[in-house]
Design a binder for this molecule. Structure first.
Ligand code: BES
Ligand code: MN
Ligand code: ZN
Length: 497
């Protein structure tokens, strides 16, 4: 939690901050100045009405207008942000609005921000706090001297029209904790691979989990091998950095349900012996985003304290070519017992996940949800701002769709097409690791299904890790790296009700 957020029920033009961001709901077809803006216009000597008319600012969704106040009100600059029509505005839109406001404040090099929330949205304070923290987030720990940002947003005043509920402060704090959890995932995802490798990932996860009073155990390479996680062994053995499996749990008394979240934690993916081309390989430092997501999720769970048992399993390895690396043509066993014919060492994610899924099943959960930067094919299919998800159980799929609606994160359901099943059949082993080029995201999901078992299971092929970090993708995907955490949290919250 980095921001100090205060709530005020004063008119927007009296709020003292470097930048004032005003949320504007779209008015009727005639346009003109929304009545809510009249007091601000008066304080600005009528300038607002003129600019709004000249720039044809109607409060349409995503419209924005920035101008200097030249000393007429305490804030140096005013930013108007359109929210669209009231009936179309939900929590995800409020979150995005607040995130844009924080980003605008950072662009203006402001250290303080006043955010005027339109009347009627006072019920969305958690989304406001989430958005502020997500939008203010920057990863600049490796910048020194002049490269360090000149100013950092530190305090925010949220101005609301209505009287505040006594719980408002706690709601803001919860929103901040949730966003801090997502930002933790984003931090892990952005750490360079020389700093973040399986051992240090596990250390960071353990430290964060302990600080949140969560239970955590890490299996080192010896333990991974002792338990028979042969596929994690296969993927991790080509690296000087040994693999790790991290298991974090939240086990409240009298829990009604048990949910397990699994994440792919390839801290760097060279492709192994089936080595990737040089262009863009550095982006593969993000190949542990799924594992980062489930760790972040647990921190949010610790803040939320739901009445359901929640587990996170992060399967971490580095995929490197080496004299002892696994090869195409190899046949490896697995924790599940099935044997796997390796055809491409760059299809490593599904292998570490297969063992992690088999381990997840030993916890006898009601549902398993995995998430992974699993295939380039999924990015080809859906673009880089949208993830794909798979589920073979319709009631579970309905639950997940409802959670997606609540979070506002962009994920599109993909089919577990039986037609492609033959592609993961092997002539020499129980299953083949990968199919051909077409339908690559689907065949990866079909491979995982072999290890997820007959129970309720959802698989998320999360959007290209590098693309997720581009600012524009952030606005569209609404979650950035950490994409999925808010949806998984919504699932947990819904199960706890
Ligand atoms: N981590 C990659 C998938 C990826 C690449 C995600 C680029 C996002 C952006 C994964 O391990 C991989 O290399 N998958 C292969 C599978 C293929 C060899 C069957 C792929 O998608 O090409
Ligand atoms: Mn790969
Ligand atoms: Zn990978």
């Amino acid at each position: 939690m980095s921001l100090e957020i205060q709530l005020r029920s004063d008119p927007s033009h009296t709020l003292v901050a470097d930048v004032l961001v005003v949320g504007v709901l779209q008015t009727g077809p005639k346009g003109g100045l929304s009545p809510a803006l009249k007091p601000l216009d008066a304080a600005l000597g009528g300038v607002l009405a003129k600019i709004v008319a000249k720039e044809e600012f109607t409060g349409k969704r995503d419209q924005s207008l920035t101008f200097a106040t030249l000393g007429r009100i305490p804030a140096d600059k005013v930013v108007l942000l359109g929210l669209g029509e009231r009936r179309a505005v939900g929590a995800p839109d409020v979150r995005t609005f607040a995130a844009k406001a924080a980003k605008a404040a950072n662009v203006e090099k402001a250290s303080s921000l006043a955010l005027a929330l339109p009347a009627g949205l006072e019920g969305e304070l958690r989304a406001v706090a989430e958005g502020l923290e997500l939008g203010a987030y920057r990863f600049n720990k490796y910048m020194t001297g002049d490269r360090k940002p000149k100013a950092t947003l530190g305090s925010v005043i949220v101005g609301v029209a209505a009287k505040l509920r006594p719980t408002a402060k706690a709601t803001i704090a919860l929103g901040q904790q949730v966003a801090a959890a997502v930002n933790f995932s984003r931090d892990l995802s952005k750490e360079p691979p020389n700093v973040l490798y399986p051992e240090t990932f596990a250390q960071a996860a353990e430290k964060a989990a302990k600080e949140s009073a969560l239970k955590v155990v890490t299996f080192d390479f010896k333990e991974i091998r002792r338990r028979g996680m042969k596929l994690i062994d296969a993927v991790g053995r080509g690296s000087a950095r040994e693999p790790r499996l991290v298991h974090i749990s939240w086990t409240p008394k009298g829990a009604k349900r048990k949910m397990v979240f699994v994440g792919k934690g390839i801290t760097f993916d060279t492709g192994g012996i089936s080595i990737k081309p040089a262009a863009g390989m550095g982006d593969m430092k993000h190949d542990m985003s799924g594992a980062a997501n489930v760790v972040g999720l647990m921190l949010a769970v610790a803040a939320l304290k739901p009445k359901v048992e929640v587990h996170a399993i992060a399967a971490c390895a580095e995929n490197m070519p080496d004299g002892d690396a696994y090869r195409p043509g190899d046949i490896w066993g697995s924790l599940d017992g099935k044997t796997v014919e390796i055809v491409n060492t760059d299809a490593e994610g599904r292998l570490v996940l297969a063992d992690a899924l088999a381990y997840a099943r030993t916890l006898s959960p009601d549902v398993i949800v995995d998430n992974a930067t699993l295939t380039g094919a999924c990015v080809v299919a859906l673009g880089s701002t949208c993830s794909g998800w798979y589920c073979g159980h319709e009631d579970t799929a309905r639950e997940f769709a409802a959670a997606l609606k609540q979070s506002g994160e962009q994920m599109w359901r993909m089919p577990l097409l039986e037609d492609l099943r033959d592609q993961v059949k092997s002539d020499v082993a129980d299953v083949k690791q990968a199919g051909d080029r077409y339908g690559g995201s689907i065949t990866a999901a079909l491979f995982l299904r072999e290890f997820a078992g007959p129970g309720r299971w959802i698989h998320c092929d999360i959007a290209g890790p590098a693309a997720l970090e581009r600012p524009i993708a952030w606005m569209q995907a609404k979650g950035a790296s950490g994409h999925g955490v808010l949806t998984f949290l919504a699932m947990v919250e819904r199960a706890s009700r």
